[in-house]
Design a protein around this ligand. Sequence first.
Ligand SMILES: Cc1cc2c(cc1C)N(C[C@H](O)[C@H](O)[C@H](O)COP(=O)(O)O)c1[nH]c(=O)[nH]c(=O)c1N2
Length: 237
Amino acid sequence: MSRIEQKSGTANDLTSGEAFAPAERDAVYRAIATRRDVRGEFLPDPLCENALSRILAAAHQAPSVGLSQPWDFILVRDRETRSRIAEIFARANEEAAKRFPAQKQAQYRTLKLEGILSAPLNICVTSDPARGGPVILGATHMADTDLFSTVCAIQNLWLAARAEGIGVGWVSILHEDQVKSVLGIPDRIRLVGYLCLGHVRGFHDRPELEKRGWRRRDDVKKHVHEEKWNVQHDPDD
Ligand SMILES: Cc1cc2c(cc1C)N(C[C@H](O)[C@H](O)[C@H](O)COP(=O)(O)O)c1[nH]c(=O)[nH]c(=O)c1N2
Protein backbone atom coordinates (compact mmCIF):
# COMPACT_ATOMS: atom_id res chain seq x y z
CA MET A 1 0.00 0.00 0.00
CA SER A 2 1.37 3.43 -0.96
CA ARG A 3 1.81 6.14 1.64
CA ILE A 4 -1.14 8.10 0.20
CA GLU A 5 -3.41 5.04 0.39
CA GLN A 6 -2.39 4.48 4.02
CA LYS A 7 -3.41 8.05 4.85
CA SER A 8 -6.70 8.26 3.01
CA GLY A 9 -7.86 4.65 2.89
CA THR A 10 -8.91 2.86 -0.28
CA ALA A 11 -12.41 2.84 -1.71
CA ASN A 12 -13.03 -0.71 -0.54
CA ASP A 13 -12.43 0.35 3.12
CA LEU A 14 -15.64 2.36 2.94
CA THR A 15 -19.21 1.31 3.58
CA SER A 16 -22.01 2.60 1.36
CA GLY A 17 -22.59 6.35 1.28
CA GLU A 18 -26.21 5.91 0.28
CA ALA A 19 -29.11 7.12 2.40
CA PHE A 20 -30.94 4.56 4.50
CA ALA A 21 -33.97 2.89 2.99
CA PRO A 22 -37.07 5.03 3.78
CA ALA A 23 -38.33 2.72 6.56
CA GLU A 24 -34.90 2.66 8.24
CA ARG A 25 -34.59 6.43 7.97
CA ASP A 26 -38.08 6.90 9.39
CA ALA A 27 -37.16 4.66 12.33
CA VAL A 28 -34.19 6.88 13.16
CA TYR A 29 -36.32 10.03 13.03
CA ARG A 30 -39.04 8.31 15.04
CA ALA A 31 -36.60 7.49 17.84
CA ILE A 32 -35.47 11.12 17.86
CA ALA A 33 -38.99 12.59 17.79
CA THR A 34 -40.52 10.26 20.39
CA ARG A 35 -37.64 10.21 22.87
CA ARG A 36 -38.85 11.77 26.10
CA ASP A 37 -37.42 12.70 29.46
CA VAL A 38 -39.16 10.24 31.76
CA ARG A 39 -39.87 11.03 35.41
CA GLY A 40 -43.14 9.66 36.74
CA GLU A 41 -44.03 6.84 34.37
CA PHE A 42 -41.49 4.17 35.33
CA LEU A 43 -42.54 0.58 35.92
CA PRO A 44 -40.61 -1.41 38.53
CA ASP A 45 -39.88 -4.34 36.16
CA PRO A 46 -36.17 -5.08 35.79
CA LEU A 47 -34.53 -4.29 32.47
CA CYS A 48 -33.57 -7.03 30.05
CA GLU A 49 -29.78 -7.34 30.39
CA ASN A 50 -29.37 -7.87 26.62
CA ALA A 51 -31.23 -4.64 25.88
CA LEU A 52 -29.11 -2.84 28.49
CA SER A 53 -25.94 -4.16 26.81
CA ARG A 54 -27.14 -2.89 23.43
CA ILE A 55 -27.95 0.53 24.90
CA LEU A 56 -24.54 0.81 26.55
CA ALA A 57 -22.82 -0.31 23.33
CA ALA A 58 -24.73 2.43 21.47
CA ALA A 59 -23.53 4.98 24.03
CA HIS A 60 -19.97 3.76 23.61
CA GLN A 61 -20.15 4.27 19.83
CA ALA A 62 -20.53 8.02 20.32
CA PRO A 63 -18.02 10.39 18.79
CA SER A 64 -15.36 11.58 21.22
CA VAL A 65 -12.65 14.18 21.02
CA GLY A 66 -9.43 12.53 19.81
CA LEU A 67 -11.22 9.18 20.26
CA SER A 68 -10.58 9.69 23.97
CA GLN A 69 -13.80 7.91 25.08
CA PRO A 70 -13.82 9.89 28.33
CA TRP A 71 -17.10 8.39 29.58
CA ASP A 72 -17.79 5.73 32.20
CA PHE A 73 -21.18 4.34 33.14
CA ILE A 74 -21.79 3.43 36.79
CA LEU A 75 -24.81 1.13 37.04
CA VAL A 76 -26.59 1.90 40.29
CA ARG A 77 -29.18 -0.75 41.13
CA ASP A 78 -28.90 -0.89 44.93
CA ARG A 79 -31.95 0.71 46.57
CA GLU A 80 -30.02 1.99 49.56
CA THR A 81 -27.55 3.81 47.28
CA ARG A 82 -30.41 5.22 45.21
CA SER A 83 -32.10 6.41 48.41
CA ARG A 84 -28.98 8.38 49.30
CA ILE A 85 -28.98 9.98 45.83
CA ALA A 86 -32.71 10.72 46.20
CA GLU A 87 -31.94 12.56 49.46
CA ILE A 88 -29.29 14.63 47.66
CA PHE A 89 -31.90 15.45 45.01
CA ALA A 90 -34.51 16.43 47.63
CA ARG A 91 -32.14 18.92 49.26
CA ALA A 92 -30.97 20.38 45.93
CA ASN A 93 -34.54 20.56 44.64
CA GLU A 94 -35.61 22.61 47.67
CA GLU A 95 -32.72 25.00 47.02
CA ALA A 96 -33.67 25.12 43.34
CA ALA A 97 -37.31 25.95 44.06
CA LYS A 98 -36.32 28.99 46.12
CA ARG A 99 -34.41 30.49 43.19
CA PHE A 100 -37.58 31.07 41.16
CA PRO A 101 -39.91 34.05 41.65
CA ALA A 102 -42.91 33.29 43.92
CA GLN A 103 -45.45 32.38 41.26
CA LYS A 104 -43.04 30.23 39.26
CA GLN A 105 -41.86 28.65 42.53
CA ALA A 106 -45.36 27.35 43.27
CA GLN A 107 -45.55 25.82 39.81
CA TYR A 108 -42.01 24.40 40.12
CA ARG A 109 -43.01 22.55 43.27
CA THR A 110 -45.79 20.75 41.39
CA LEU A 111 -43.34 19.27 38.87
CA LYS A 112 -41.92 15.78 39.20
CA LEU A 113 -38.29 16.07 38.20
CA GLU A 114 -36.75 12.66 38.91
CA GLY A 115 -37.43 8.93 38.99
CA ILE A 116 -34.45 7.88 41.10
CA LEU A 117 -36.31 5.33 43.23
CA SER A 118 -39.17 4.43 40.91
CA ALA A 119 -36.84 3.46 38.04
CA PRO A 120 -35.17 0.07 38.61
CA LEU A 121 -31.80 1.29 37.33
CA ASN A 122 -29.83 4.51 37.65
CA ILE A 123 -26.76 5.18 35.53
CA CYS A 124 -24.24 7.78 36.59
CA VAL A 125 -22.28 8.95 33.54
CA THR A 126 -18.88 10.44 34.25
CA SER A 127 -16.20 12.10 32.15
CA ASP A 128 -12.44 11.88 32.57
CA PRO A 129 -10.69 14.94 31.08
CA ALA A 130 -7.33 13.12 31.18
CA ARG A 131 -8.52 9.93 29.48
CA GLY A 132 -6.75 10.61 26.16
CA GLY A 133 -3.36 11.46 27.70
CA PRO A 134 -1.73 14.78 28.59
CA VAL A 135 -2.42 16.31 25.14
CA ILE A 136 -5.59 15.25 23.36
CA LEU A 137 -6.17 15.71 19.64
CA GLY A 138 -9.00 18.22 19.29
CA ALA A 139 -9.02 19.26 22.95
CA THR A 140 -5.98 21.53 22.75
CA HIS A 141 -8.04 24.72 22.35
CA MET A 142 -11.45 23.92 23.82
CA ALA A 143 -11.28 22.75 27.39
CA ASP A 144 -14.72 21.15 27.70
CA THR A 145 -14.55 18.78 24.74
CA ASP A 146 -14.45 15.70 27.01
CA LEU A 147 -17.79 16.84 28.44
CA PHE A 148 -19.22 17.40 24.97
CA SER A 149 -18.13 13.88 24.01
CA THR A 150 -19.77 12.37 27.06
CA VAL A 151 -23.01 14.20 26.32
CA CYS A 152 -22.91 12.65 22.83
CA ALA A 153 -22.70 9.24 24.52
CA ILE A 154 -25.70 10.07 26.70
CA GLN A 155 -27.74 11.12 23.69
CA ASN A 156 -26.89 7.83 21.93
CA LEU A 157 -27.96 5.99 25.08
CA TRP A 158 -31.21 7.97 25.29
CA LEU A 159 -32.17 7.28 21.66
CA ALA A 160 -31.19 3.61 21.79
CA ALA A 161 -33.23 3.19 24.97
CA ARG A 162 -36.27 4.74 23.27
CA ALA A 163 -35.94 2.26 20.41
CA GLU A 164 -35.85 -0.54 23.03
CA GLY A 165 -39.01 0.82 24.72
CA ILE A 166 -37.02 1.90 27.75
CA GLY A 167 -37.47 5.33 29.31
CA VAL A 168 -34.61 7.56 30.44
CA GLY A 169 -34.79 10.57 32.74
CA TRP A 170 -31.87 12.93 33.24
CA VAL A 171 -31.49 14.33 36.78
CA SER A 172 -29.18 17.31 37.19
CA ILE A 173 -30.66 18.84 40.34
CA LEU A 174 -27.87 17.32 42.40
CA HIS A 175 -24.72 18.47 44.13
CA GLU A 176 -21.92 16.93 42.09
CA ASP A 177 -19.56 16.54 45.07
CA GLN A 178 -22.21 14.75 47.16
CA VAL A 179 -23.06 12.25 44.40
CA LYS A 180 -19.36 11.65 43.78
CA SER A 181 -18.85 10.91 47.46
CA VAL A 182 -21.70 8.34 47.52
CA LEU A 183 -20.40 6.58 44.38
CA GLY A 184 -16.67 6.77 45.15
CA ILE A 185 -15.91 8.97 42.13
CA PRO A 186 -12.50 10.72 42.35
CA ASP A 187 -12.34 14.54 42.46
CA ARG A 188 -10.75 14.89 39.01
CA ILE A 189 -13.60 13.03 37.30
CA ARG A 190 -16.67 15.07 36.27
CA LEU A 191 -20.24 13.95 36.84
CA VAL A 192 -22.04 14.66 33.55
CA GLY A 193 -25.38 12.90 33.76
CA TYR A 194 -27.33 11.06 36.40
CA LEU A 195 -29.89 8.95 34.52
CA CYS A 196 -32.91 6.93 35.59
CA LEU A 197 -33.85 4.00 33.35
CA GLY A 198 -36.81 1.68 33.22
CA HIS A 199 -39.75 0.40 31.27
CA VAL A 200 -42.63 2.87 31.22
CA ARG A 201 -46.42 3.04 31.31
CA GLY A 202 -46.07 5.15 28.17
CA PHE A 203 -44.13 8.06 26.72
CA HIS A 204 -45.54 11.58 26.70
CA ASP A 205 -46.36 12.72 23.17
CA ARG A 206 -44.48 16.01 23.70
CA PRO A 207 -42.15 17.42 26.36
CA GLU A 208 -43.80 17.20 29.76
CA LEU A 209 -42.60 20.68 30.69
CA GLU A 210 -44.57 21.97 27.72
CA LYS A 211 -47.68 19.97 28.66
CA ARG A 212 -47.50 21.36 32.18
CA GLY A 213 -47.20 24.95 30.96
CA TRP A 214 -43.61 25.52 32.11
CA ARG A 215 -42.09 26.36 28.74
CA ARG A 216 -42.83 25.78 25.06
CA ARG A 217 -40.67 24.17 22.44
CA ASP A 218 -39.69 26.76 19.82
CA ASP A 219 -40.13 26.46 16.12
CA VAL A 220 -36.83 25.23 14.72
CA LYS A 221 -36.71 28.25 12.38
CA LYS A 222 -36.11 30.49 15.39
CA HIS A 223 -32.83 28.67 15.97
CA VAL A 224 -31.46 28.52 12.43
CA HIS A 225 -29.52 31.53 11.13
CA GLU A 226 -27.86 32.31 7.83
CA GLU A 227 -24.23 33.32 7.95
CA LYS A 228 -24.31 35.46 11.14
CA TRP A 229 -25.67 35.35 14.67
CA ASN A 230 -29.16 36.79 14.37
CA VAL A 231 -30.98 35.84 17.53
CA GLN A 232 -34.24 37.60 18.37
CA HIS A 233 -34.53 36.72 22.05
CA ASP A 234 -37.53 37.81 24.09
CA PRO A 235 -35.98 39.09 27.38
CA ASP A 236 -39.02 37.82 29.35
CA ASP A 237 -38.65 34.32 27.96
C1 LIG B 1 -28.47 18.45 30.66
C2 LIG B 1 -29.89 18.12 30.99
C3 LIG B 1 -30.31 18.16 32.32
C4 LIG B 1 -31.62 17.85 32.63
C5 LIG B 1 -32.54 17.52 31.62
C6 LIG B 1 -32.11 17.47 30.28
C7 LIG B 1 -30.81 17.77 29.97
C8 LIG B 1 -30.36 17.70 28.53
N1 LIG B 1 -33.84 17.24 31.96
C9 LIG B 1 -34.81 16.91 30.90
C10 LIG B 1 -35.41 18.14 30.26
O1 LIG B 1 -36.30 18.79 31.14
C11 LIG B 1 -36.16 17.68 28.99
O2 LIG B 1 -35.23 17.12 28.10
C12 LIG B 1 -36.89 18.82 28.30
O3 LIG B 1 -37.90 19.32 29.11
C13 LIG B 1 -37.48 18.37 26.97
O4 LIG B 1 -38.33 17.28 27.15
P1 LIG B 1 -38.10 15.90 26.40
O5 LIG B 1 -36.71 15.44 26.72
O6 LIG B 1 -38.26 16.15 24.93
O7 LIG B 1 -39.15 14.97 26.95
C14 LIG B 1 -34.22 17.16 33.28
N2 LIG B 1 -35.49 16.80 33.64
C15 LIG B 1 -35.85 16.71 34.93
O8 LIG B 1 -37.00 16.37 35.22
N3 LIG B 1 -34.94 16.94 35.92
C16 LIG B 1 -33.68 17.33 35.66
O9 LIG B 1 -32.90 17.55 36.58
C17 LIG B 1 -33.29 17.46 34.29
N4 LIG B 1 -32.03 17.83 33.97
